[in-house]
Design a protein around this ligand. Structure first.
Ligand SMILES: Nc1nc2c(c(=O)[nH]1)N(C=O)[C@@H](CNc1ccc(C(=O)N[C@@H](CCC(=O)O)C(=O)O)cc1)CN2
Ligand SMILES: Nc1ncnc2c1ncn2[C@@H]1O[C@H](COP(=O)(O)OP(=O)(O)OP(=O)(O)O)[C@@H](O)[C@H]1O
Length: 192
């Protein structure tokens, strides 16, 4: 059954919020972190784009710390407050101050921070992922679809917990939806 993105989004936020109350959520976060660290995805990458996570998303804080330890350049997504719904990736070190955005995520607030939208690897957030097509359902701003269409050179990977997994997309796919190259689940690494 194909539903609207809006319906699946609502269903997923509910499901993921409940999951975040269980101890299995952090167990899976740790497994996903271990899986990406043990993969070869980071070996040829210097610049990595990532988001700071909401409580019901996969926790990215451990991964960011490990990226710093490896000497990678970490850039944090910042949604621009304009009608184009664009986003930029801003340099993020352990010194950088963050402030909560309207949307509730921590973003770099410093106005003169360095922007880099030409990244080696982007860790893409989402609410639901289809394992067959690698399609992704996000929060509905279209920020990542727009960004990835404009920057096709970056490798893309998503960390996907058990509640985000769909065998096949249950939502309607649009022409602008950009599939994610590598999907990491607690059990596997799937590359297209
Ligand atoms: N942790 C995290 N950071 C992230 C994202 C994410 O999914 N997770 N984003 C992934 O893209 C970007 C921000 N995404 C956003 C998505 C929607 C709205 C927003 O204003 N939504 C409107 C309703 C939009 C609509 O349905 O048309 C609202 O909440 O009022 C803002 C930012 C960048 N940072
Ligand atoms: N490259 C694009 N150009 C123009 N419009 C786009 C583009 N990509 C997405 N959109 C539009 O943006 C809106 C939101 O897209 P969608 O529902 O796929 O967001 P999402 O991927 O869930 O959100 P996000 O990327 O912010 O997490 C849709 O109306 C979609 O048609």
């Amino acid at each position: 059954m194909t539903k609207s993105k809006k319906e699946i989004r609502k269903q997923q936020v509910e499901k993921l919020s409940n999951f975040a109350e269980t101890p299995l959520k952090s167990t899976e976060d740790q497994t996903l972190l271990k899986n990406i660290m043990n993969s070869d995805l980071l070996s040829n990458c210097q610049s990595v784009g990532i988001t700071s996570s909401l409580t019901y998303e996969v926790d990215t804080s451990g991964l960011i710390a490990q990226l710093w330890d490896l000497g990678k350049d970490v850039y944090l997504a910042r949604a621009n407050d304009n009608s184009e719904r664009s986003q930029d990736f801003i340099y993020y070190s352990y010194m950088t101050k963050l402030t909560k955005s309207k949307f509730g995520v921590e973003e770099v607030s410093e106005p003169d921070a360095q922007i880099n939208n030409d990244l080696d690897l982007i860790i893409v957030p989402g609410l639901a992922f289809a394992l067959d097509s690698h399609q992704r359902l996000g929060f509905g701003g279209g920020y990542y679809d727009r960004f990835l269409a404009k920057h096709p050179g970056s490798k893309t990977v998503a960390l996907v917990n058990s509640k985000m997994i769909f065998k096949t997309a249950a939502w309607k796919i649009e022409a602008t939806d950009v599939p994610i190259q590598t999907i990491i689940t607690p059990e596997s690494i799937l590359s297209k």
